[in-house]
Design a protein around this ligand. Structure first.
Ligand code: CO8
Length: 261
């Protein structure tokens, strides 16, 4: 299903409740074309609906996470082509995934690659990772949320500098700016990301989904609306068996056994 020729464009590996998706066009630094975008979205939608899976790790094969949308594909396109075909509309589906997605950024995350990392719930970066929104150098601008999510994450001053200069930033700079949750040794990246995903996967998945949803609301609505949403979601956790079990287990000094109910 997810194959084009012998090699899938997105490699899929499940370990316990964690699915690792690896962008796999290394010769083009995993640049995004419509085929790889469709495979990624289809895999996320498929495993989001699979009750044996609780969390995702998204990474890239070779020396890039994703070096942006495919420039060779985009070069000849007209306004009408974009408008008529709504290319990369698949990424709307990534926004709707309920299960947490950790971006394990192993190398270049530029343009659409930086935007894809920001579409994930948080970013763990290798010390070798490189971030940036270089679209301005190509005569275009970010189109997959770069001007919006980046501003929400690192603030207006830095987002303006990133988007208007097109410069590249190290993992350490990206962490200091607030784009990246944590920087780790290159060789530890996948292990750390997968262990983090497995930890999240061990909690009540109803509660994890509510928590993810509430954090995302902070970027999507006014403070008043988001606080009301958070309060109601908090109240709602008390309608779950897992909240009863979590608090009972604490009192009884034992590990909780969550049932996702
Ligand atoms: N698209 C297509 N091919 C690419 C891309 C790309 N984005 N990036 C790298 N490649 C290819 C190169 O063409 C090269 O292929 P070949 O060997 O056939 O010539 C191969 O990958 C290796 O790349 P380099 O030789 O350039 O490797 P370097 O180590 O010298 O440089 C860089 C690495 C710095 C990452 C460099 O490749 C680079 O600058 N790439 C382009 C980065 C970029 O500008 N990205 C933004 C693209 S625009 C975008 O993402 C807009 C998204 C908005 C979508 C909106 C939807 C609505």
């Amino acid at each position: 299903l997810f194959c084009q020729g012998a090699e899938p464009l997105v490699k899929i590996a499940q370990n316990g409740a964690v699915v690792t998706l690896t962008m796999n066009r290394p010769k083009a630094l995993n640049a995004l074309n419509t085929a790889i975008a469709a495979e990624l979205a289809a895999a996320l939608v498929k495993y989001d609906a699979d009750s044996s899976v609780n969390a995702f790790v998204l990474t890239g094969e070779g020396r890039a996470f994703v070096a942006g949308a495919d420039i060779k594909m985009m070069a000849p396109l007209s306004f009408a082509d974009w408008h008529k075909n709504d290319l990369f509309i698949e990424f709307e589906k990534v926004r709707q995934i309920k299960k947490p997605i950790i971006a394990a950024v192993n190398g270049f995350a530029l343009g659409g690659g930086c935007e894809l990392a920001m579409l994930c719930d948080f970013i763990i970066a290798s010390e070798k990772a490189v971030f940036g929104q270089p679209e301005i150098k190509l005569g275009t601008i970010p189109g997959l949320g770069g001007t919006q999510r980046l501003t929400g994450l690192i603030g207006k001053a830095k987002a303006m500098e990133w988007v208007l200069t097109g410069k590249q930033y190290t993992a350490e700079e990206a962490e200091r700016a607030g784009l990246v949750a944590r920087v780790v040794k290159h060789e530890d990246l996948l292990k750390v990301a997968q262990e983090t995903a497995a930890l999240i996967a061990s909690y009540s998945q109803i509660t994890v989904a509510l928590a993810k949803d509430c954090v995302n609301k902070s970027l999507e609505s006014s403070l008043n609306d988001a606080l009301a949403y958070e309060k109601r979601s908090f109240h709602a956790t008390f309608a779950t068996e897992d909240q009863k079990e979590g608090m009972k287990a604490f009192v009884e000094k034992r590990a909780p056994a969550f049932k996702n109910q």
